[in-house]
Design a protein around this ligand. Sequence first.
Ligand code: TRP
Length: 455
Amino acid sequence: MAQRETWSTRTGFILAAVGSAVGLGNIWRFPFAVGDGGGAAFLIVYLAFIALIGFPAILAEFVVGRKTGRNPVGALMEYGGEAWKYVGGVFVFIGIVLLSYYSVIAGWFIRYFLAGFQGSYADHLASYNGEAIEMFFDMTFGMSSVVLHTVFMAATIGIVALGIRQGIELAVKLMVPALIVLLVGLAVWAFTLDGAGAGYAYYLSPDAGTIAENWATLLPAAAGQAFFTLSLGMGVMITYASYLGEDRNLTKDAATIIGFDTGIAFLAGLVVFPVFFSGGIEPGEGGPITIFVSMTEAFANIPGGRVLGLVFFGTVVIGALSSAISLLEVVTAYLIDEKGVDRWKAAGGIGLLIYVIGLPTTYDIIFIELYDGFIDAVLLVFGALMVMILVGWVAPKVAVAELEKGIGDLDGLAQAWIWAIRVPIIIVLVISLYLGIVDYMDILASFSEWMNANL
Ligand code: TRP
């Protein structure tokens, strides 16, 4: 087998991991998860989960990846024993399905980005009699969705096929800084809107009552969002850490990556909530389409909306692309390492399969809910749980030794890490998984209604 590639610099690795973490999860999913969860109450639980669960969990994936230097299937097998390869197989499956609809949603953002070139958002909206929801369904589903899904997958495949240094590292070095600059600019602009005060209040002042009343939905939603946004639960961070050539301080890298990801999600909230409140939009309604509907109304009504809109939707596409490449890289790395396929063939072949699996989601939004509900609330939580069991119970000593490489003796801290994983984190994950499955039953029920009505 050819020599395995490594990142050329520490910054390259960090940017790639940040690029993976920052994506639709931060800008598309986070605002509607906050809205579903009742605003600031969700934000608090989410931030707590990022710190208490996200941080130990990302370290666990890093340790497994760097220790084994392999893709998730090989890594879990080497780390935990033969039977763990099936868990690795589930990870590869998650990557395939997740990317399949992720690409379609990224295509919606491309569509809205292109709309800015075709005319002002006000004109677009007027041609749908001011109905932003109608505009959304007309513009995003059907043929244009298929075409843009094709374009997005082709770009993802191209970058991954080029490899770690030539493709991924180079791409994220351009994309991550661009994304941050654009979002900061948008947040400053949002600050000047009339609804900014109300938006900040909704987003930033929690009341304990809401948390106590809604914990059964808040808990799995916040856990799911925390894993999704940090790209945990399916081996992205295992794979990226497997390309680390040297031993360095993984806790520092984890803190940096989490800091960026959380900062950017927070920033996205500072952009969208002022906009929602200026436009008189209820953040809790609309789920996956919220952001499109509300941002179009906003961009239709403010001076310079056409350019701002273009910038906003374009920014999200950049973020989505750097995440998509991480998903495809997991599956590609598996085919290269375990099956000896060459990089181009692996990325292209599996990319095509992913493309086909995504096609139903271009047809009706119910498929997005069907795919996303299963991946986010069920499989990613399951995947994260498996990594926690592996690191916390199956081979904790190896994990501690690996973590201490490049840091030195951690004593009590390493034990605290292992114990955090062993009990509280595993309990939260088990509860979230259970509640996630219960919620998913509702989605399945509405899907079968949809089938009966449409087929
Ligand atoms: N974290 C990315 C986002 O926020 C999405 C993503 C990329 C992801 N790779 C992942 C989610 C792996 C879960 C697992 O958009």
